[in-house]
Design a binder for this molecule. Structure first.
Ligand code: FAD
Length: 480
């Protein structure tokens, strides 16, 4: 089939009879609902970018798995260059959309499974790797959007899967039927799952007595038994008001859902791990770290927009040439390029796995994400400093369009006379969206918690970058 057009992608999702609820009501179309459209369109943008002459080279790659040109969102990384390109195209899409490349969790899931299924097959004599490659080939050929579903709802955080009050708080196999398994449970915070064709389901870390929870597999998004509860976001209802100015960023956005599996049957050929608990920790390590290094591209791209908007707001306020503003913008750029440098370094220091795929440097991937848990908050603070109070006290589009109020709003919302008041207001709203509205889910909260809370990075960093060699270095140099 080759690369899909954005329209073909959107139609293919429209055609799926998904069970999705938003505010207690069934969503009749996850594409055309005004709250869901920006997220669907954001995913469609990655399809558009793969065909647009100016972005095609970056958003597609030659796949050794199919021998065809495929979307980078479905590529198994086979070189250091693939990893470096990942950071770069993530930044491009973040900058193009103010959100990011919503197929990325699926990309990380298939790459993590490529390494782990290969290792499991060698240790256990299973044949998961071959199944995975067959799945990936289909995904690449049909240019499918894939989500990556690892985060279980997890109930009491101090308890493991087997000791929870309710065993369904981690997704588990409740029955093994002839030719497949039956899944029950729920995955939380599922990015774009309602807009994907396939979900790659991964387990969290399981112990020896927790084989039932050690399940990795691919599930079609329209499999019977799946229900989504679509997440609310700050200011999401502005999408439905028909006021693009108030929406802040009307064309793009993201969405998450609580994805519930109510006895979903998965045939054996779609199962990539089932009971091999000893491989789950490595799966978590790789999936988490792959997603962490890519934030050195995707969150950087969003920050590009925040920095640009802050600079334009300063222009609209007539203070862009002041040294205090320049200094704050420079500080924002410094923080942002530091995140980018870490992402690129993790890619540069990547290495091949036994499966022939490549992985980034795990220590540096976690350093990247630790910086990402902090720097966007400081960038947002500096943007708010530059913007002033109007970013959060602005009149609405209805006031601007009002026959009597409109001229007053235009008169009193004016800044630099060269900049129309409506343009100044649109810049405030864009910054508001990215740092306080629905966009803050991604620029701030996902930067903190996506791919794991900060402590998860520190745990891996302690393992990957031991202090002992530094002690040795100090011992060697100290006076004896
Ligand atoms: C916008 C967004 C998109 C996301 N998209 C996806 C996705 O597509 N796919 C996916 O699988 N996941 C996704 N996630 C989930 C993400 O990986 C989790 O949010 C993250 O792992 C943190 O888990 P949690 O939200 O359950 O928070 P918690 O784990 O409850 O963490 C809250 C706090 O409790 C602490 N804590 C937790 N457990 C313990 C413990 N045992 N001891 C001490 N402290 C503890 C944490 O360190 C943290 O400080 C997404 C999250 C967000 C916010």
């Amino acid at each position: 089939m080759g690369l899909r057009t954005a329209e073909d992608y959107l139609d293919s999702i429209r055609a799926r009879a998904l069970r999705v609820f938003y505010r207690g009501e069934r969503m009749t179309s996850v594409v055309d609902h005004p709250v869901a459209w920006p997220a669907a369109n954001c995913l469609a943008e990655v399809y558009r970018a793969a065909l647009a002459p100016e972005t095609q080279a970056m958003m597609t790659a030659d796949s050794p798995d199919t021998g065809e040109r495929v979307n980078v969102s479905n590529l198994l990384w086979r070189s250091r260059e693939d990893l470096i390109a990942r950071v770069k195209w993530e930044r491009l899409v973040g900058r193009m959309t103010g959100r990011g490349a919503l197929r990325s969790p699926g990309l990380d899931a298939i790459n993590a499974l490529a390494a782990v299924t290969h290792r499991c097959d060698r240790a256990r004599g299973t044949s998961y790797h071959e199944r995975l490659l067959a799945f990936v080939q289909r995904v690449q050929r049909e240019d499918l959007a894939v989500s990556g579903a690892m985060t279980d709802v997890r109930g009491d955080r101090s308890r493991r899967p087997a000791t929870q009050a309710d065993p369904d708080l981690f997704l588990r196999v409740v029955a093994r039927e002839r030719g497949g398994v039956v899944l029950r449970g729920a995955k939380a915070h599922q990015t774009s799952a309602v807009h994907c064709h396939e979900h790659v389901v991964l387990p969290m870390t399981c112990g020896a007595d927790e084989g039932a929870w050690a399940i990795a597999c691919a599930v079609p998004s329209d499999a019977p038994g799946i229900t989504h509860i679509y997440a609310r976001q700050p200011s999401d209802s502005r999408r439905a008001e028909g006021s693009p100015l108030d929406a802040g960023l009307p064309d793009f956005g993201g969405c998450e859902s609580l994805m519930i599996f109510d006895d979903v049957f998965v045939p054996d050929e779609r199962v990539f791990l089932c009971g091999e608990h000893e491989h789950t920790q490595e799966l978590v390590r790789l999936f988490g770290s792959f997603h962490r290094f890519c934030y050195g591209g995707c969150k950087v791209g969003i920050a590009d927009v925040v920095i640009g908007a802050a600079s334009l707001v300063a222009r609209a306020n007539g203070v862009r040439d002041r040294s205090a503003v320049e200094s704050k913008l420079t500080e924002m750029v410094h923080l942002n390029e530091t995140m980018y440098a870490c992402g690129l370094a993790a890619a540069m220091e990547g290495r091949p796995t036994d499966a022939g795929t490549w992985i980034p440097n795990i220590g540096l991937a976690n350093v990247t994400k630790l910086n990402v848990t902090r720097f966007p908050f400081e960038i947002a603070r500096l943007a708010a400093d530059i913007a002033g109070g109007a970013m959060l006290t602005l009149p609405s589009q209805a006031d601007l369009d009002h026959p009597e109020l409109g001229p007053l709003v235009s008169k009193y919302m004016a800044g630099d006379p060269e900049v129309p008041a409506a343009e100044r207001m649109a810049l405030f709203r864009l910054l508001e969206f990215l740092t306080h509205g629905a966009g803050a889910v991604y620029f701030l909260h996902e930067s903190l918690h996506g791919a794991g809370a900060p402590e998860a990075m520190k745990i891996l960093l302690r393992r990957e970058v031991p202090i002992a060699p530094f002690e040795d270095a100090a011992r060697r140099l100290m006076a004896h």
